[in-house]
Design a protein around this ligand. Sequence first.
Ligand code: KG4
Ligand code: ZN
Length: 334
Amino acid sequence: MLVLGIETSCDETGVALYHTERGLLAHALHSQVAMHAEYGGVVPELASRDHIRRVLPLTRKILKEADCALENIDAIAYTEGPGLAGALLVGASIAASLGFALKVPVIGVHHLEGHLLAPLLEPTPPAFPFVALLVSGGHSQLMKVSAIGAYETLGETLDDAAGEAFDKTAKLLGLGYPGGPALSRLAELGVPGRFKLPRPMLNSGDLNFSFSGLKTAVLTLAKQQTLDEQTVADIARAFQEAIVEVLASKSLAALQQAGLTRLVVAGGVGANRQLRERLTALCARQGFEVYYPKLEFCTDNGAMIAFAGAMRLRHTPAKDWKFNVRPRWDLAAI
Ligand code: KG4
Ligand code: ZN
């Protein structure tokens, strides 16, 4: 079965063709970063309009790359939520229209389920059950994943998501938008240990996170310093060390608490090098296995939506071409 995946939940248009026997055939992405940069963040209306411009040309491109015709598509998966309502509507309505024209099933996918299953696209995928650390711009959760569709929340952020904390901290350090990758690049140049920031909720005894206080601590520290280039890098380093320590420590605690041995890291912050290094080292020491998606499949992409849609279609026969968007949608509730 050949599934076209369409991702338009935020500021990236992603499309992909996933074949249930042949694997991922092609994928393409258009990032709107340059367009939103001058506003310092995502402008929802501009995002929707740009998705409209991009989805079909990108789809034509991947069909050509995979040497497939539109008529070869057996099903279409789109991101139903969570995300920006207008942006989601673009993917949903194009998916439904194409599905109607081709008379093939159309299925709405939970964006976070896409992230969660992205490591299964790798040549050596993790077996179920596993614990997933899902860290994106909008969400930070630890999930117990027993099977496709069986997700239990073990812990989550009480305020900012990890990616949001990276982005907001980057902004107050003057690193612009999108801040996460810029801050993490700068942190590589920072001197470890020059500044020490708090580790929020490290010893809270549960698996929840809180990152908004960390951002405030950075603001206080930045006000006390002369912000030369090295000092900004050192603060970035201290921020990253704090966030990585909390995420890594809670992930290990989640494995122990759930009695599981496999950890999957997903979402944009999963691209962070220091987080990967720390988790790899800690898991090796404890005899746990850790799995990551390819860097390009950590952040938003169409491949994870095509894959999650293909997995869902095995269990859920799609009936008609009605479409829906859910800007707010709890993963544990699906
Ligand atoms: O999963 P994603 O692409 O979109 C959402 O679903 O939110 O995640 C985007 C988030 C942004 O907050 C971005 O700053 C962060 O992931 N991010 C990173 C890195 N790359 C992306 N954060 C830290 N280090 C990175 N290397
Ligand atoms: Zn995402």
